[in-house]
Design a protein around this ligand. Sequence first.
Ligand SMILES: [Zn+2]
Length: 389
Amino acid sequence: MLAGLGATVLPQGLAAGESPATAPRPGQESLATFDALATLGLASQALSGPPRSEIETAASVEPTPTPSPSPTPTPEPPVCVDDPTHPLYCIYTVVSGDTLSGIAQKLAFSGNASLSAAEMLAQSNKPDVVSSDQIVPGQRLRVPKQSGILHTVLVPESLGEIAAAYGVTAEAIVAVAGNNIPDADSIRLGQDLLVPDPLKLPQVATTAAPPLETPQPQETPTVQPTPAPTDTPEPETPAATPTRSARRTPTATPSPARTPRPGRASNFGFIWPVQGPISSTFGPSHPLGIDIDLYEDPNATIVAAKSGIVTFAGGNPCCSYGLYVVIDHGDGTQTLYAHFSSIAVQAGQSVARGQKIGNGGRTGYATGNHLHFEIRVDGKVVDPMLFLP
Ligand SMILES: [Zn+2]
């Protein structure tokens, strides 16, 4: 259906804010009214004044507000706003009543025979959007400039692997001009790619049993909202409902009590990156990691869960992960920290466990300040709860 869809084929009107043919146009209501009047024989009056013979008819109709087919008083807000720094997508702000498929229709963003437009939009807005149920008014979504999926390179992966995950060819990805891929080896971590005409969604590779040399935690087939770590009555062990230390005054600088103590690491060597209640557990509705709520300290200090090298620090505050950091721990594990308000490290920098890497925030996601936290083992997503103390 979309064969031959190249980089130059964009949905009309996405960028310019001009309404696509299927979307409501400014003045459409007036036109509808005008049509209705036309059936009453009043159309000519509205436009150019009535012919003599109709004056009386027209006069008998009391001066209802003259329907005007031209300018509407309320200007239509931009449908999807371009982001000059990110040419692969425009940014749509969710309004009340929106669904992913409704948004797609509004923007003339189409799916294909294999994937619906809603599936493509959800996949383009990971980690916190997996269905229409998870979009809220005010939230900003990345809408690809052509039918396809936005893929962010988070782990070392080849162009061929990315292509295979979506059932497309590497050439098709290279052919999208905005992807800016001079050669197949130039894929870099953190890079956004537009995968055109995908035939399938990438499988989220998960593993419950970590292939690490360190002792393994008990395998839990189902997600446990409250982790049961090896029974230590620690007063400050973060859990679904962690106990709170004394209330902090607003003027207090980030309190050491809020960050996990370096001594308290799991068997896998991870500490909590921040302390707070788990607002999203790992599971079908949140398949990539966990969310740690920061309502008590919206810009809490976030620390490295384990020592390693920062492989990515950046992102686009607008959407998806917002500002985020990825750390490679050198033992096959990686951690990802998202929605920062500010980042304190740079790619290439080595960090120690417990070292500050940034401040939490709500970039990329509009419903509240939280830390989105992921752990990968050999490129596979795991439930972080199984690896944290
Ligand atoms: Zn999340």
